[in-house]
Design a protein around this ligand. Structure first.
Ligand SMILES: *Cc1c(COP(=O)(O)O)cnc(C)c1O
Length: 495
């Protein structure tokens, strides 16, 4: 029996997994969710000795039931290969009393690689299964990390093109270099004269442009999105929580069935939602600790039951978490509303119209598995500094938000269950912030000198992703004004 997917805003919709992956978002603007969350198909003991790829297959086959074994194994093999700098794919580092699940060993050294290395393969397989003959054009607006991870994932994947828009002055030097040096015949990168919101609005307008859709179809193209709300990104993220638990078992750090806590530095709520799905599947997780930076909309939500994005947007040292609308939260809201799509749609309407919504006491009562926390910029620096001083372990700013929230949580509650901290970026990606937290003096040095310092003090290899951009050729120089985005896409596609 196929596991079907429905929309969070209309429970009558039913599509297969491959259709949900192709569509990304449901027609009614809702997100696709499985009609039920499957249970772990094997025992924890059986998971213990599985490789990452085997774990991935065990989990994903329960969600993507319309894929054949061969199709799914193929996608997994193409995704989790030597692009990762370790065979473990997502290694677990024991530091002090916590376990850092390092999700940054892929091509672009941030956790987005975990899902974006497999999404292109899931997408092209889905296209074949549904007789889509058009070439798939991925359009993405990025504030930094997603764009590069999507480019790396889609580069030279047959049957796809990818066009990424980024704000010319809105990304870090390393992030810009990572994108404009991207290889691959099917990749295009465009700097827009505007900010991230302009880029995102421009992309959204193109997705909704029926005339453009027709022009594309006539030329043999159709748009798709690599956005984090795609179920093809969410499900691959469930895998590493299961894998981490299995590794703890294998290393005899926990007993079979022992409950652990999971701590996730959160922005769009995709990563932590995947951990929640893992818990729903039967993985022994006690608390899901949702860590925010100073943009603490989610912390306030868990405290009060009111989600309110009407506030000052803060630029922090963990930019990938500088978000005021956490799109994936809608999937949790839908679940705690008792899968009532009307109720959910009403709340989302409030969010759109007023920037806020409030959940009922009933719904609030169902949030007991979650704990919200946040860390200020000062606290993040202190965490990086103190952990390095005590253990020599160097963590990036996003991971530090989670580590800080976790140590404060343990102090406050005394809950000292073993904890897995999702480590979402390599310290090399945010070298300046990391090093100045360790010693202010480093702020005087230039970007590449900092990399060498980081290499000395962390005793970790400089990742390929960084080595590559030192001398790489700039391959993308296209720029455009915000009102020229559509024409730029047409020029790139020659239509
Ligand atoms: C995207 C990102 C996050 C936030 O993850 P969500 O799934 O959006 O909550 C955290 N850290 C890094 C480094 C990221 O790139």
């Amino acid at each position: 029996m196929n596991l079907l997917y429905k929309s969070t805003r209309n429970s009558d919709t039913r599509v297969t997994a491959s259709q949900a992956i192709l569509k990304g978002l449901a027609e009614d603007g809702g997100l696709f969710v499985p009609v039920r969350i499957p249970k772990l198909p094997v025992t924890l003991r059986e998971l213990r000795d599985m490789s990452y790829q085997e774990t991935a297959y065990t989990i994903m086959k329960e969600f993507f039931t319309d894929f054949t074994e061969e199709e799914l194994k193929n996608c997994i093999a193409k995704a989790y290969d030597s692009k990762f700098d370790t065979e473990e794919i997502a290694p677990l580092a024991k530091v002090g009393h916590a376990y850092f699940l390092e999700l940054y060993h892929g091509a672009t050294i941030a956790f987005k690689d975990m899902a974006l290395s497999i999404l292109p393969h899931l997408l092209t397989t889905s296209a074949k299964k549904n007789d889509v003959k058009n070439e798939i054009v991925i359009l993405t607006a990025t504030s930094g990390d997603t764009g590069k991870a999507a480019l790396a994932g889609f580069a030279d994947v047959e049957g796809t093109r990818i066009i990424v828009f980024y704000p010319k002055d809105g990304v870090s030097k390393v992030q810009e270099l990572q994108m404009v040096t991207q290889k691959g015949e099917n990749t295009s990168v465009v700097a827009i004269h505007g900010n991230f919101d302009n880029a995102q609005s421009g992309v959204k307008a193109m997705f909704e442009d029926k005339e453009l859709e027709k022009e594309l179809a006539d030329a043999g193209y159709q748009f798709s999105s690599a956005n984090s709300i795609n179920i093809g990104r969410l499900v691959p993220q469930v895998v590493y929580y299961v894998y981490a638990y299995a590794k703890l078992l294998q290393n005899e750090e926990i007993a079979e069935g022992e409950e652990i806590n999971v701590v996730v530095p959160t922005g769009n709520f995709g990563n932590i939602l995947a951990a929640y799905y893992a818990k729903c599947m039967g993985l022994p997780i006690a608390k899901l600790i949702c860590a925010s930076n100073e943009n603490k909309v989610l912390y306030d939500f868990f405290q009060t039951g009111t989600y309110d994005k009407n506030r000052v947007f803060v630029l922090t040292s963990s930019p990938s978490m500088d978000i005021l609308i956490s799109s994936n939260l809608e999937r949790l809201i839908y679940l705690i509303a008792g899968e009532d799509s009307e109720k959910n749609a009403e709340l989302m309407k409030n969010l759109k119209e007023t920037g806020a919504y409030e959940i009922s006491e009933d719904m609030k009562a169902k949030l007991g598995d979650f704990v919200g926390g946040y860390a200020t910029e000062e606290r993040v620096k202190q965490e990086i500094h103190d952990t390095y001083t005590a253990t020599d372990y160097v963590m990036d700013t996003h991971t530090a938000v989670a580590a800080a929230v976790h140590s404060d949580y343990v102090k406050e509650t005394g809950d000292d269950r073993k904890a897995v901290i999702a480590s979402t970026a390599s310290p090399y990606k945010f070298g300046r912030s990391v090093l100045t937290a360790i010693d202010e003096e480093y702020d005087k040095m230039d970007e590449f000198a900092l990399i060498d310092v980081l290499h000395q003090i962390s005793k970790r290899e400089i990742p390929n992703a960084i080595e590559e951009i030192r001398n790489a050729k700039i391959l993308h120089t296209t720029e455009c004004d915000i009102n020229e985005m559509k024409n730029t896409v047409k020029t790139i596609l020659k239509i």
